[in-house]
Design a protein around this ligand. Sequence first.
Ligand code: GH3
Ligand code: MG
Ligand code: MG
Length: 368
Amino acid sequence: MRDLVELGLSRPEAGAATPDEPAGLRGAVDRLLATLAASAGTALESEPDVVSSFASRLDACRRELRVATNGADGAGAVDGAIRTIEHFLRSSHRYVTARESELKDMIHILHEAARLMAGQATVFSEQVLASSARLQSFTRLEDIRDLKHQLAAEVTTLRRAVEEKQRRDAESSALLSERLEVLQTQLVKAEEEASIDPLTRIANRGTFDQVFARMLEHARMTKQPLSLAFIDIDRFKTINDSHGHQIGDRVLLCAAMWLGRSLRQSDFIARYGGEEFAVLFRDATLAEVEARMAQVLGEIAARSFEYELDSETRTVRFTASAGAAEWGAGESAQDLLRRADEALYDAKRAGRNRVVAKKRAILGGLFR
Ligand code: GH3
Ligand code: MG
Ligand code: MG
C-alpha cells in the first residue's frame, strides 16, 4: 500500500500520514489549501502579484498546519487559512466585477463607434448595424470569457467592414477625379468655343473687347505705342448676291486667313462683326500699321478664289478697305475705336481697296 502512495496512485489511509503531510482533518484542510493555491492563478490571471502573495500566505498556513498538533495550534492555523481565503475571495470578486464593468464599457464604446460609422454608405451601414446589434446582446452574456472571445471576433468583422469601405471609397474617389478631369477639359473647350467665332475660327467681338482693354492698359503703363485697324470687305453684299451666301462665308474665312498670316505674334485679330475685322498692333506706330495694311490689302486684291458650280469653274475676287489709328496718351478706348472707324469710312468714301490712317487731331489732344 505504501508503494502505491509513493507512486501517486492512491490517497494515503487516514492516520497513515507521511512526516511532511498532516493527517485527518488537518490533512483535508491542507489539500484544500493546495487546491486553492493552484486554482488562484486562473481566477485572477492578470493579477500575478495578488496570486503569488495569496499562494505564499497559503504555503505559510500549510507549514503551520504541518507543525501544529490537533489542539489550539491547529485551530489557529485553520482560522488563519480561512481569513486568508476570505480576503482572497473578496479581492477576486472585486477584480471580476471591475473587469466585467470594463468590458461593458468597451462594448459601449464599440457600439457607439459602430453607430457613428453606420451613417456613411448603405452596404457598409448594414454590416456595421448588424455588428452593433450583436454587440448589444453581448452585455447580457453571463460568461465573461465567452464575452471576450465574441468581442474579439466582432472587432475583426468591424475592421474588415471598415477596410472594405475604405477600398470602395478609394475606388469611387479615383472615378470622381477621372470624371472631374473630363469635365475640366470640357470646360476649357467650352470656354475656348465661347471666345471664338465659329465661322472664321478667330476671336469674336467679346474676346476683342477683353483683349483691347488689357492691351490698352499695358500701353498706358509702358507708354509703348498701340494701334488699331478695322478692315471691312468691299461690296460684300454684291459677293453674296452674285455667288450665294455659302461662297460669301468662304470669302470671310479666306479674308480671316490672309489677314492672320500677315500678323506678328504680338498682334491680335478678331471678327468684329459681319464682314468686318479688327486688328490690335502692340508696340506699332500708325505709320508702321499703315504700311503693313497697305501690303496685306494689296495681297488680298491680287488673289482670286475659285469654286465649281454646275460643272463650271467660277472665280471670286474681292478687295477690302482699312482704317487705322494709334492710341494717344489720355485717350479712352472709345476715342481710339471712333477714330479707326472714321478712318475706315474715309477709305470707303475715297474709293475702297485702300488704307486710311487717321492721326489724332492736334486740338483734340490739347483740350483733353
Ligand atoms: P461696303 O463696301 O460699303 O462695305 O459694302 P458692303 O456690301 O460690304 O456692306 P453692307 O454693309 O452693305 O453689306 C454687308 C453684308 O454682309 C450684308 C450681310 O448680309 C453680309 N454678311 C454679314 N455677315 C455675313 C456672314 O456671316 N456671312 C455672309 N455670307 N454674309 C454676311
Ligand atoms: Mg463691307
Ligand atoms: Mg461692314
